[in-house]
Design a protein around this ligand. Sequence first.
Ligand code: 6PG
Length: 238
Amino acid sequence: MTEIRNYDSAEDVAQAAAENAVEILQLAIESKGTASWVLAGGSSPLLAYKKLVKDYSDVIDWSKVLLFVGDERMVSLDNKDSNWGAIGKILDKSPELMKAKRIIPDTSVDVAIAANLYEQQIKSEKIAEFDLVWLGVGEDGHTLSLFPGNVAFSESTEEWVVPVRNSPKAPAERISLSLKALEYVDELVIFAVGASKQDALKLARLKRTLPVAVVADVVESNGGEVRWLYDEAAWNDD
Ligand code: 6PG
């Protein structure tokens, strides 16, 4: 099932995303004892992480939550471009949220080795599926580090994590969950925020070939739920 929700502002999107996240994670903990959540990189979800710290730190038992990033840039954790670096700084503000187990990829090795190691880290957690995945979207319709025309997106693979080279968005080398890994997603939330994303999002709704549309279709066609959270600035249906 796919749902498009429209909100007035990125602030409202962040509030809705945070609320929805604790609901989904709580249900997973109640039914399985643990919950697995893939966090989105980039700037769009940062407000939502801050809301979680501020308003939802004591709502669920975070020690039962596994945290992954959907993609990571091949930089050190203290580098400004590190997704875990940026997210961790926010979550560190909550002693409760710090109880969640972070699965952090090793970005100090060759990108192909890093992808393989991260896949092993994910698989060693023995999860059947990701309970929740958060994704952003780029102005070219990329999501995760799956870029239009890049082999990491265009080449099919059985790997759950792929090395990304020549990324059009710096830094050039990254690792990313693949389309294969997205066959194992229960709930997908896409942050569709900001005027600069309007064209890509409209194209993604019309022509299902952009990475963010293909990702959403893979999740839905494998039984997952997809929620697009739009702010007013990103919505254009002219
Ligand atoms: C990354 C992200 C990427 C991001 C989009 C949108 O590591 O770069 O995973 O897919 O979500 O580029 O980025 P913004 O939210 O900063 O616009």
